[in-house]
Ligand binder design. Structure first.
Ligand SMILES: Nc1ncnc2c1ncn2[C@@H]1O[C@H](COP(=O)(O)OP(=O)(O)OP(=O)(O)O)[C@@H](O)[C@H]1O
Ligand SMILES: [Mg+2]
Length: 304
């Protein structure tokens, strides 16, 4: 059973085509990521998967069921962490979990044990009696993740799970998600942190304007679209045209923005020493990353 298969999946909101005929399949035990600029259609895709909005076209199966026909059956096996926190502010931390367990008909005694375990899992045990309004935003996010796990989901859907978390809390969540993965939980995640996508995802789909542009393992995408290394040259005391001429013998791909040029190569050392010899000063050589792939495919400058 594949966690998700989508064919020509489409969502229109009146005149806006938020998701424009995408195809993808999430494999069992896989962590599948969606990355893409604001408004690309990531959250809309997630919302169709977790039965929050109906699709307007195409086919979608979640855990072998059609969410538009069997939403209750689908939801029973999903854990969902939406992009926006929707904790119940009238309840304290602990009761947020036990009340949520009610939706899944989990007996109260079991729910209490599970809630304790999950609060320990996200390191919020000492806050169990605290009001939601008294939590920091990072703590709310951790509680949302704990809540998403209350029903032991087969598929976990995480829309920007670590937004607003400090580095320690992010690493805690990464450790926890890897732990869940080792217990065979499949996951779909969206994130704007490319290091997070590289760290956690077996495969990522790069989305833009409602379409999937490419899908692949982060390492493969980096190799295919960028190469091994990048040289960044600040355009302070040179121009892109001069740089193009000076780098011409090195068979590199060059991308330019208003302030910087990016040169992609397999081994940038010869280029770097050549440019250094030519007097270039504001220059940096580094490994290529998923962020380079993202920016190359979706544009290095903000369009809207
Ligand atoms: N309820 C809605 N009604 C109308 N349009 C919507 C609605 N929700 C989303 N959209 C539109 O659909 C498009 C995709 O939005 P979506 O929230 O899926 O993007 P996203 O990739 O998750 O972006 P972000 O990175 O900012 O979270 C956008 O143009 C957005 O304005
Ligand atoms: Mg979103």
């Amino acid at each position: 059973m594949l966690p998700v298969t989508a064919k020509n999946l489409t969502k229109k909101y009146k005149d806006t085509v938020a998701v424009n005929g995408i195809d993808f399949a999430v494999q069992e035990k896989e962590c599948f990521g969606f990355i893409g600029p604001n408004g690309a259609g990531k959250t809309t895709t997630m919302k169709m998967i977790y039965c929050f909005v109906p699709r307007t076209g195409g086919e979608l199966l979640v855990l072998d069921k059609d969410p538009s026909i069997h939403p209750e059956m689908v939801k029973a096996d999903l854990g969902v962490v939406p992009q926006d926190n929707n904790l119940d502010e009238d309840l304290n931390v602990f009761t947020n979990l036990t009340m949520y367990a009610n939706y899944f008909n989990i007996p109260h005694g079991i729910a209490r044990v599970k809630a304790k375990e999950l609060l320990a899992f996200v390191q919020l045990t000492e806050k169990e009696k605290v009001k939601i309004t008294e939590l920091s935003s990072g703590m709310k996010r951790r509680l949302m993740i704990a809540r998403g796990l209350i029903n032991d989901p087969k598929l976990l859907i995480l829309d920007e799970p670590t937004v607003g978390l400090d580095p320690q809390a992010r690493h805690l969540i990464w450790d926890r998600l890897r732990e869940l993965k080792s217990q065979n939980v499949s996951m779909i995640i969206t994130t704007h942190y490319m290091d997070e996508a590289t760290e956690l995802c077996d495969r990522v789909a790069v989305m833009d304007k409602g379409k999937i542009m490419v899908v692949g393992k982060p390492k493969d995408l980096i190799r295919e679209h960028i190469g091994e290394e990048v040289v960044e040259v600040m355009l302070l005391d040179t121009t892109a045209d001069k740089l193009k001429k000076d780098a011409a013998g090195f068979l590199v791909t060059l991308e330019e923005t208003s302030q910087k040029c990016y040169l992609y190569c397999q081994d940038c050392r010869p280029l770097l020493s050549h440019l250094t010899d030519k007097g270039y000063k504001h220059i940096l050589r580094r490994p290529a990353t998923l962020e380079d792939v993202f920016l190359k495919l979706t544009g290095r400058d903000l369009v809207d």
